[in-house]
Ligand binder design. Structure first.
Ligand code: SAM
Ligand code: SF4
Length: 341
């Protein structure tokens, strides 16, 4: 049953940006260990620290009542959390009742099982992370030999009628030369693809400097082989992508460049972690804890809404990412898998 909430004010921050997009992390756990995302021996959070699925739904409902129209489930790997099928079905009931879009970002290892469930819940599009089509490189990057299940998952999603977008993190040493192959493979199937710059989030046991390659360089690599026509319209989702059309393949390619290109002025999103922390900006440490508001006041959302207002008041104007040389103080001390990518 849908949670009924009063109609409080929309979430507009100090800089006039309205929050219409929530990224909700449902778990920090994952069945892969991508080298840019987490260390091999990642210590996951104790289960008691995670919001229950009921609490996550309460958070989603509160945001929807404040004008959020799009929710992306993420993690960790969202599809490894127990109870996800029911949870996605419950969130799907908000579609057309405040929510315009429910989607998720996944590594696709479980997508074969979940594709029909997602479709049934009203999900139309999914983002799938895929950093190489070469089984050996895939296993080096993800530390697991699961490329076949990922490709099966992508096929199952397409067969179920879901639009799939491929996200590829560009890595200086591991997959820079694989990018044209992934792009041609994706475009041959009618799939859009976005390239992502590595962000300095959390220790991974790897040197970020060996991973980071600016997308301007990847773009130059591609321009030596393809004609890239810039798309005139901005990212329709108000997101950090700039898109080109690739003449030779006919497909679309996005560049997500949080480090070398500042997309903060149009930022319309916030992130809630699986422990109930709301991060107003992926590139800043400031956060507000929603968990106590949820747990201390199970019957009333008043404190939860007050916490959302406080969070909005603290949304910074822009992020503060810097990739540092080895030996310098790292990065933000939290992993993308905890905050939700
Ligand atoms: N497990 C799912 C997946 O891999 O798609 C969802 C969570 S994952 C944290 C979300 C996205 O963040 C993925 O596209 C992943 O490649 C990206 N990501 C993870 N760590 C990153 C980092 N340090 N810099 C840039 N992107 C990162
Ligand atoms: Fe897992 Fe996604 Fe992080 Fe890879 S990027 S380790 S799939 S959460």
């Amino acid at each position: 049953m849908l949670r009924k909430t009063p109609q409080p004010a929309p979430l507009v921050d100090r800089f006039g940006r309205q929050i219409t997009y929530l990224r909700l992390s449902v778990t920090d756990r994952c069945d892969l260990r991508c080298t840019y995302c987490m260390p091999r021996n990642m210590q996951f959070l104790p289960k008691k620290d995670l919001l229950s699925l009921e609490e996550l739904e309460r958070v989603a409902a509160a945001f929807i009542s404040r004008g959020v129209r799009k929710i992306r489930l993420t993690g960790g790997e969202p599809l490894v959390r127990r109870g996800m099928a029911d949870f996605i079905g419950r969130l799907g009931q908000y579609l057309g009742a405040g929510l315009d879009e429910l989607t998720l970002t996944t590594n696709a290892t479980q997508l074969k099982t979940f594709a029909p469930i997602l479709k049934q819940a009203g999900v139309k599009r999914v983002n799938v992370s895929l950093d190489s089509l070469d089984p050996k490189t895939f296993a080096e990057i993800t530390r697991f030999n699961r490329l076949d299940s990922v490709l099966d998952g992508i096929e199952a999603a397409r067969s179920a009628g879901l639009h799939v977008k491929i996200n590829t993190v560009a890595l200086k040493q591991q997959n820079r030369n694989d990018i044209p192959d992934i792009m041609e493979w994706a475009h041959a199937r009618g799939l859009d693809m976005s390239l992502i710059e590595v962000m300095p989030l959390g220790e991974t046991g790897e040197d970020r400097f060996d991973q980071y390659v600016p997308l301007t360089m990847i773009r130059s690599d591609l321009e030596a082989r393809y004609h890239l026509q810039p798309e005139t319209r901005a990212d329709p989702l108000g997101g950090p992508s700039t898109y080109v059309r690739v003449n030779e393949t006919g497909g679309r390619l996005g560049f997500i460049t949080p480090l070398s290109h500042n997309f903060c002025a149009s930022c319309n999103r916030v992130r809630v972690t699986c422990t109930g922390r709301i991060y107003m900006c992926l590139g800043q440490e400031d956060h507000i804890d929603l968990r106590s508001a949820l747990r201390e006041y199970p019957e009333s959302d008043q404190t939860l809404h007050a916490a959302l207002d406080a969070a909005l008041g603290a949304k910074p104007e822009k992020h503060d990412f810097v990739i540092r040389q080895a030996g310098e103080r790292p990065e933000l001390n939290r992993h993308m898998s905890t905050t939700g990518g």
